[in-house]
Design a protein around this ligand. Structure first.
Ligand code: PHE
Length: 470
């Protein structure tokens, strides 16, 4: 593809990426990207720290008003240009006569992908280790103190964590190296259905645990006193994180989407699946937490400390516990691949790097960055305060807060503004083909006004909020 400006070729990308074999493959892959540690590890602990129902309510509002329109925007942009996010933004900006500076969104997204994957790979590594811990029966009939100590001893031992982190990153690199159809598509086709079935089985199990009513109430009873700006900001960030929005993962998957597939319908399915999985994870986790008198606000260790305690006391707990962590590894795997895919696509299309090498380079870089997170739990731990909350895990917390609360929402606003204002109306209408004019108008309104204003207000609060409180 050549894009010329005043007779000079300014963008020259003549690389044609592969495509998904069908719309379903796209829906599965994007659902695989969305459903991950964010739903099963992060969502429950954020709900636990954010006071339950209040957090869940804001989260759901953000999914509808911000998540859906921005996801449609990402798919729209990706499919229109069929290139990596950096070049998608560059090419489309040129086509619409806008500044090439829009490619910044793509660069910010790639950087965000690396930062997220660096800590994501470590947590996924913990998960992988816990598959084997549970299968070995290590949690059976153990007392809670001991199981907590087990997790503490594990995460503070950099060498052991490094082994699992390395294994997970190798798995991720392998799938990415195999490419869109043979790698990504095949992987998600098997993993996603298994994941749903396992999760349903766990919820079913948890219904019999004796804490179901309390768990339900915790998730869905809204206590408006708990709606602090920090909780609202956290819930919005979680919506971006969980839907994989704001960094180009969905954009690159959209760029492999066949031309005739409906963007609105696909988005709807992905969002529903992601939300249902998060809520199911909550319904699986909290009843067990309450039935065993555990602490819902335990933070990142929540599922690694509380669930093994519960599984250890249940009949058949070794089996169920192992199954749970297997499920989590699958979920994390299909998300991790989408975190480096934008960078891999960029390397192959503009630098002529072969896919295998691109996968190794990007996976290797994220693996290396992961050292900072690994060390944050031992020798390099340091603490700081963020919105009045004490954070104790140095780089891990910094990367997590920086991406979830700042770079993803910032990328999201820019994507919304670009899709809503810069892309000509006739172009977005033609690409979205929503069937009804009213549907298109709603999308346009949410994209132009509602999501940028909502996200913008929260980011401004983040920057200047301390003046209000002072
Ligand atoms: N959505 C993934 C999860 O919930 C994480 C992710 C974020 C993946 C951003 C890709 C991009 O675990």
């Amino acid at each position: 593809m050549f894009i010329k400006n005043r007779g000079k070729v300014v963008v020259h990308v003549n690389y044609v990426h592969a495509q998904w074999s069908s719309r379903w493959a796209f829906v599965l892959a994007a659902t695989g990207s969305a459903v991950g540690l964010g739903n099963i590890w992060k969502f429950p602990y954020m709900v636990g720290q954010g006071g339950g129902g209040a957090f869940v309510l804001v989260y759901l509002v953000c999914i509808v008003l911000i998540g859906i329109p921005i996801m449609m925007s990402e798919v729209l942009l990706g499919r229109r240009a069929r290139l990596s996010p950096v070049n998608t933004m560059r090419v489309l900006a040129q086509q619409e006569g806008a500044s090439p500076g829009w490619q910044f969104v793509g660069w910010l997204g790639m950087a965000t992908g690396f930062l997220i994957l660096s800590f994501y790979g470590v947590v996924a590594g913990w998960t992988l280790a816990y598959v084997f811990h549970s299968a070995s029966g290590a949690f059976a009939m153990e007392n809670p103190q001991h199981i907590k100590a087990l997790f503490g001893a594990f995460v503070t031992d950099p060498q052991r964590v490094l082994v699992w982190h390395t294994l997970f990153m190798a798995m991720t690199t392998l799938i990415v190296a195999r490419g869109v159809q043979a790698g990504l598509e095949k992987a998600v086709k098997v993993m996603m259905p298994v994941l749903f079935i396992l999760l349903l089985a766990l919820v079913f199990y948890s219904m019999g645990s004796g804490g179901f009513d309390e768990g339900w109430e915790f998730l869905f009873k809204t206590d408006f006193d708990k709606l602090t700006p920090a909780v609202i900001l956290g819930a919005m960030g979680q919506a971006f994180f969980s839907l994989s929005l704001g960094m180009g993962a969905i954009m690159i998957y959209g760029s492999y989407l066949p031309q005739r597939s409906s963007i609105g319908g696909s988005t709807f399915l992905i969002v529903i699946a992601d939300t249902v999985v998060a809520l199911l994870a909550g319904l699986a986790v909290f009843p067990i937490v309450f039935a065993n008198g555990l602490e819902p606000a335990a933070g990142p260790p929540l599922i690694f400390e509380t669930l093994p305690i519960a599984f250890g006391q249940m009949p058949g707990g070794t089996f169920w516990g192992t199954l749970f962590f297997v499920l989590l590894v699958f979920a994390a795997w299909t998300s991790a691949i989408s975190l480096i895919e934008p960078a891999v696509a960029w390397l192959t299309e503009t630098r002529g790097v072969r896919r295998v090498l691109a996968a190794v380079l990007t996976g290797g870089f994220a693996w290396l960055l992961g050292m900072l997170t690994i060390m944050s739990f031992s020798d390099w731990a340091f603490s700081f305060r963020f919105l009045g909350v004490e954070k104790t895990h140095g780089f891990f917390d910094i990367f997590e807060l920086l991406t979830t609360n700042i770079t993803l929402p910032l990328g999201g606003i820019l994507i919304a503004l670009f899709a809503g204002w810069t892309i000509r109306r006739s172009h977005s209408q033609e690409e979205l083909k929503l069937g009804s004019l009213a549907g298109f108008e709603i999308w346009l309104f949410l994209t132009r006004f509602v999501s940028p204003v909502m996200v913008g207000m929260l980011l401004l609060y983040l920057l200047f909020g301390h003046y209000l409180n002072a």
